[in-house]
Design a protein around this ligand. Structure first.
Ligand SMILES: Nc1ncnc2c1ncn2[C@@H]1O[C@H](COP(=O)(O)OP(=O)(O)OP(=O)(O)O)[C@@H](O)[C@H]1O
Length: 900
């Protein structure tokens, strides 16, 4: 039997050209296998495909599958030849009309009764699954008469025999194998369309699910249906089982388990795609490392697997009553589907999509944007030739339907936000990790710094303690030695007292200079020790700075270190004070040694610093400045080594011992003419006056007065002393003091002031003269000597003022009652007293105005004596001249018949 074949259509039997007819003309088919989809050029953001523009043409692919004869057919049809003959290699199917006539149809694929489930899946469904994974919608649908194997082909679970697994099971297997569950999702809805009602097979109570169509894109969705996310095949199988249990089935004449509903499995696949942007390398360098350049896209696609209800004729199914209604409803929906396919196949302007819910749900699958495969199932029995023919014609028409495949791609905001969240989480975690590491590093540095500080504190305390003990020991040692030497010298040379020493012979000078050398050595040692302590303090300071800069220590540590430093500074100060004390002792000893040396040279006696207050002192201060051997005096060395300010500052020390030593040093310094003004300028006078005013220590007051007396040797200083209330203070002290040496110093100071012409009136008005004269109550020759000196100085200045006509009237001394004491002591056996008084009398006598009082007070006789007996020639002649010059004296001497 020859026949001519038309590709993609029916083939006319050549033996009977009349009966042959052109059954269909469809565009050239593409094989089922292999990718039939040419991807558009990469869709851009806001995909044109999603907006309904563009797309890839794709015809509906149709395969036919022949079910093997079942048991009943084996018996019933045993004598009849099958109504179909398959030519799978030609993808053709011959449908016998009778014994001599047949129609031949060509399909995209023809499966014999021996075709395996695997092959059917791979040829019919796999390409659709692949395009769903690529972002396109896809539909696989089974159409055919009841009992021809639609459910077997699509929904068989294959639990007993894995090879029986149908398209639904295998599709999910492929999908799960090709997606990433981290970035992609798969969700499933399982529904049945029964009697124009959509029921959720996963939630049967939900049986009135509405269909929503997007007017723009034509996309169909069933938002009321359960949407279950699938993570693994097992849970999917469970869902299929649940759905199968709920599917309406009935025992019909043709199939004991006939599905009475259209089953629709919707698999929604959402895949994240990263579209890399063209990155400018220079931009890349600057771009933040937090967000890499990418365009997050999400592809949403849907695989619809439809197991249609059987398409048999109502009477054949043997339906009655409710089942009849069922059959009618099934036929209604299937005929509506057929009409739509016809309209689409003929490119009709109107496609009656809205005639049934089935066509509304499947509107996307035929003539829409999905890739669609249809498998038509047929049985071999000649008894159902009519249904088989109808099924084959349905398939042939479906082959003419052209779809326009469109990718469903959207900008993935969710994915972007998820990515950013993940990135943020990572950054936060990284930040926390770094913070932890930083904190532990800080903690480590802190504890190291703490340990170091403790160590340094310990070391420094040790050094200080050692240094202090060393100084103490050396000091005690040196004092002991000196005392021993002094006692030894006193014993050798018969010297008495602490200060007074009368030494004869050679020897002492040698001993003293040895002592001095030793003391100097000690002093150098002290200085060295102090320098080392200072270096240590500086080292500590720089360490502290380093720790502070490195942020190593917290505030508490810094405070602690500061306290340590303050303590150290305090210790250092104390050490320095001790050094100054040692120096002052050395100075005193040197001074005393010098005096002793002078004494030895002159065979006289020496006084300590106190003598410096008196300009009449026998000590020549220039000897201190120039020892004669070219070396500097101890005083000069002290100045250079310690500094005047430092010495003066010790006058205000809280420690009385320090004050005592300091005031002695200042008194000695003040004995030198060159220092006197400097001391006052540096504020030394203020401190001395303060000590004199407020110190409760007699030694301090006495030495301070001595120092003031020394300073008062300088004319400029005399005015400053007066301006600072020094006269009143000295006067007050004079009236309160009992100690002869203190009185001696004060008398010396006032005596110095008495020698200043400008201070005459002030001295008197501020009680200076009265205080001076009051001190005679003490009776100590040293005090009397200073009083006499003051009186002589005052009388001399007064006499000058009278001569210059600046003053007139009686002498203040006479007015203040000094004359009796002057007359009484004019012939004192102590030479210094006698000489000062003799001078004072001469000055007073030079003015007529005083003569009367002097004659009355007995001063005339003293003058006569002086003019005759005074050992000093200059005073003797002065007295003589004065007696001759003053008429009152001459007259009185004449009256008394005294020969003169
Ligand atoms: N290719 C096949 N190989 C072996 N057995 C098959 C095949 N196709 C169908 N059968 C068997 O035929 C019977 C009917 O098949 P199935 O229920 O799948 O038909 P159907 O088209 O879904 O019927 P209905 O429309 O009534 O639901 C089942 O027992 C099934 O196992």
């Amino acid at each position: 039997m020859a026949s001519s074949t038309y590709r993609n259509g029916a083939v006319r039997n050549s033996s009977n050209p009349k009966s042959s007819s052109l059954k269909s003309r469809i565009p050239p088919s593409q094989p089922f296998s292999g990718s039939a989809i040419r991807r558009n050029s990469s869709p851009s953001f806001g995909s044109a495909a999603a907006a309904g523009d563009g797309g890839v043409p794709g015809r509906v692919r149709v395969a036919v599958r022949l079910r093997p004869q079942n048991a009943e057919e084996l018996v019933a049809d045993a004598d009849f030849a099958d109504c179909v003959e398959l030519q799978p290699e030609l993808k053709r199917l011959k449908l016998r009309k009778n014994n001599w006539d047949s129609d031949t149809y060509e399909f995209d694929e023809v499966f014999t009764e021996f075709a395996s489930q695997k092959r059917v899946y791979e040829v019919v469904a796999k390409p659709v699954v692949e395009s769903v994974l690529g972002g396109y919608n896809g539909t696989v649908m089974a159409y055919g008469q009841t009992g021809t194997g639609k459910t077997f082909t699509l929904g068989k679970l294959g639990e007993e025999d894995m090879s029986d697994r149908g398209i639904m099971v295998r599709s999910m297997e492929d999908i799960l194998a090709n997606i990433s569950l981290e970035t992609d999702t798969v969700c499933v809805s399982y529904l049945q369309l029964y009697m124009e009602t959509i029921q959720d097979l996963l939630d049967p109570l939900n049986d009135n699910i509405s269909i929503v169509e997007d007017p723009k894109t034509g996309d169909v969705s069933l938002p009321g249906a359960s949407l279950i996310e699938i993570k693994d095949q097992q849970s999917f199988m469970e869902l299929l089982r649940v759905g199968e249990d709920h599917r309406v089935a009935a025992n019909t004449k043709l199939n004991t388990e006939s599905s009475r509903s259209h089953a629709i499995l919707m698999i929604h696949v959402k895949r994240s795609v990263t579209e890399k942007e063209d990155v400018n390398p220079s931009d890349n360098e600057n771009s933040s490392h937090f967000v890499k350049p990418f365009k997050p896209l999400v592809r949403k696609s849907k695989l619809v697997l439809v197991d249609l209800a059987g398409s048999e004729r109502v009477h054949k199914s043997g339906s009655e009553g409710h089942m009849l209604e069922e059959a009618k409803s099934i036929n209604l929906s299937l005929s509506a589907l057929g009409k739509c396919i016809n309209a689409l196949a003929e490119n009709s302007a109107h496609v009656p999509l809205r005639d049934s819910k089935l066509t509304r749900v499947l509107r996307d699958s035929f003539g829409g944007t999905a890739r669609t495969s249809l498998i038509v199932t047929i049985g071999p029995s000649p008894r159902h030739r009519g249904e088989t023919t109808s099924t084959i014609l349905f398939g042939q028409r479906a082959m003419k339907v052209e779809n326009m495949l469109k990718i469903k791609e959207e900008f993935d905001y969710k994915s972007l936000s998820r990515r950013l969240e993940i990135q943020l989480d990572k950054l936060i975690a990284e930040n926390e990790r770094q913070q932890k590491a930083f904190d532990s590093e800080i903690e480590k540095i802190n504890s190291e710094a703490q340990n170091r500080i403790l160590e340094v504190e310990r070391n420094f305390a040790d050094v200080l303690e050692k240094e202090r003990l060393k100084c103490q020991m050396e000091y005690i040692e040196s004092v002991k030695k000196l005392e021993e030497k002094m006692i030894e010298n006193q014993g050798k040379h018969g010297c008495n007292g602490y200060i007074h020493a009368k030494c004869i012979g050679e020897g002492p000078e040698v001993i003293i200079s040895e002592d001095t050398t030793e003391l100097k050595k000690q002093l150098e040692k002290e200085i060295h020790g102090r320098n080392e302590a200072e270096e240590e303090v500086n080292k500590l300071r720089s360490q502290l700075r380093q720790f502070t800069e490195a942020g190593a220590g917290g505030d508490a540590e810094i405070l602690k270190l500061q306290t340590v430093l303050e303590n150290e500074v305090h210790q250092k100060k104390k050490l320095e004070e001790e050094i100054i004390i040692l120096r002052s002792q050395l100075l005193q000893l040197t001074f005393e040694a010098d005096q002793m040396r002078l004494c030895l040279e002159r065979g006289g006696f020496a006084n300590g610093y106190a003598d410096l207050a008196s300009p009449m002192s026998q000590i020549n201060h220039s000897q201190f400045r120039e020892p004669g051997n070219g070396k500097k005096t101890p005083v000069a060395s002290l100045f250079e080594q310690v500094g005047l300010e430092k010495i003066l500052s010790l006058l205000e020390s809280d420690d009385v011992n320090v004050q005592i030593h300091a005031v002695k040093v200042v008194a000695n310094l003040a004995a030198e003419e060159s220092n006197q003004e400097r001391i006052v300028e540096a504020g030394g006078l203020d401190s001395l006056l303060m000590l004199l005013r407020s110190s409760e220590d007699e030694t301090i007051r006495r030495v301070a007065a001595g120092a003031i007396a020394n300073l008062a040797m300088n004319e400029a200083n005399q005015e400053v002393i007066m301006a600072q209330g020094g006269i009143s203070l000295l006067s007050m002290t004079a009236s309160d003091a009992d100690d002869p040496q203190t009185l001696r110093m004060i008398a010396g100071a006032i005596a110095n002031l008495c020698g200043n012409d400008k201070l005459q009136l002030k001295l008197r008005s501020e009680g200076g003269i009265r205080a001076l004269l009051g001190m005679v109550r003490c009776g100590h020759p040293d005090v009397l000597s200073q009083v006499a000196r003051g009186v002589a100085n005052f009388a001399k200045c007064e006499s000058r003022a009278f001569s210059q006509g600046i003053r007139s009237g009686r002498s203040v001394l006479i007015e203040d009652g000094a004359l009796p004491w002057i007359v009484q002591n004019a012939n004192d056996e102590a030479a210094p007293i006698r000489r000062h008084i003799e001078l004072a009398l001469c000055h007073l006598a030079q003015h007529e105005v005083n003569a009367k009082d002097m004659i009355r007070g007995g001063a005339l006789w003293e003058l006569v004596r002086i003019s005759r007996d005074c050992s000093r020639e200059d005073i003797r002649s002065l007295a003589h001249r004065t007696l001759n010059a003053i008429p009152a004296f001459r007259a009185e001497l004449r009256r008394l018949r005294v020969e003169f």
